[in-house]
Design a protein around this ligand. Structure first.
Ligand code: CC7
Ligand code: ZN
Ligand code: ZN
Length: 251
């Protein structure tokens, strides 16, 4: 089974040269979308991938660059295709995603009263590996991002770490490699400024070279081109390029 990765976008929340940092994983048997930001429907359209081809969506946290495309996804799937998209998310995100994000645009008296009326909700328990779609299983790892807001990174198929949005956590990265057999890391990076809610490039450059070699950078701002050749042993993920995870991303 070959796992393929295609980033719909590799941009930070306010990037204008890149779509939102949302990822398509394809196991050959099923397709999982990780996060569905504002630009995700347009990115999928430009990739020529119909939303009906997605077997499930997994949400890491409730920021618009990670959930802003769910209203369109929900309406189109239900109203045009007569299907509820499968939505995986931590139990703690279910209520706030509906009450604080989707309800305003999607609620319709007598037709859509709850998130379950438009999505097939599949709650995830952090720390417990779940089979998501054929060939893709994942464990939610609670990570620090915005104080007071739940946010999760992913450990996929016991070999691929997906940071989502998080502040620097070298202990976690070391544990994943030394104790859990991690072979590749897709990690967000803030190129400029202090890392209040993200992980900075300087923080990642402080990691040992052998760990840096496992890291592929994503969720970056428009300045990324000026950082070519300045990311130590780390590579920069290319938007919409299709990667064979084992052959091209693993060390
Ligand atoms: N305390 C905060 C909260 C938000 N932000 C910015 O808003 C963005 C929301 O999406 P993101 O990708 O998590 O990046 C956040 C910061 O750019 C920030 O910089 N500081
Ligand atoms: Zn983000
Ligand atoms: Zn965020």
């Amino acid at each position: 089974m070959t796992l393929k990765l295609q980033m719909l976008g590799t941009g930070s929340a306010f990037a204008k040269m890149y779509y939102n940092n949302n990822a398509l994983l394809d196991s050959g048997e099923a397709k999982l979308l990780i996060d569905c930001g504002i630009t995700a429907p347009l990115a999928l359209h430009q990739m020529g991938l119909p939303i009906t081809e997605l077997d499930a969506v997994l949400i890491t946290h409730i920021h618009a660059d990670h959930v802003g495309g769910l209203e369109e996804m929900g309406f189109r799937m239900n109203l045009i295709h007569g299907r509820k998209p499968v939505l995986y998310l931590a139990e703690a995100l279910i209520e706030p995603l509906w009450e604080n994000t989707l309800k305003g645009g999607m609620q319709q008296k007598g037709m859509i009263e709850r998130m379950e009326d438009v999505f097939e909700i599949r709650p995830l328990v952090p720390g417990r590996t779940a089979d998501l779609v054929p060939g893709i299983r994942a464990e939610l790892i609670p990570t620090k991002h915005i104080p007071g807001k739940d946010s999760y990174s992913l450990y996929i198929n016991e070999r691929l770490f997906y940071s989502a949005d998080m502040t620097f956590n070298p202990e976690l990265l070391n544990e994943l490699v030394q104790e859990r057999g991690c072979k590749a890391m897709l990690h967000e990076v803030q190129l400029l400024g202090e890392g209040a809610v993200h992980t900075t490039l300087d923080e990642l450059l402080s990691l040992p070279p052998e760990l840096q070699r496992m890291i592929h950078l994503m969720h970056y701002s428009d300045e990324i081109e000026t950082f070519q050749g300045r990311t130590g042993e780390m590579k920069i993920l290319e938007q919409q390029r299709v990667y064979d995870v084992e052959k091209e991303l693993e060390v």
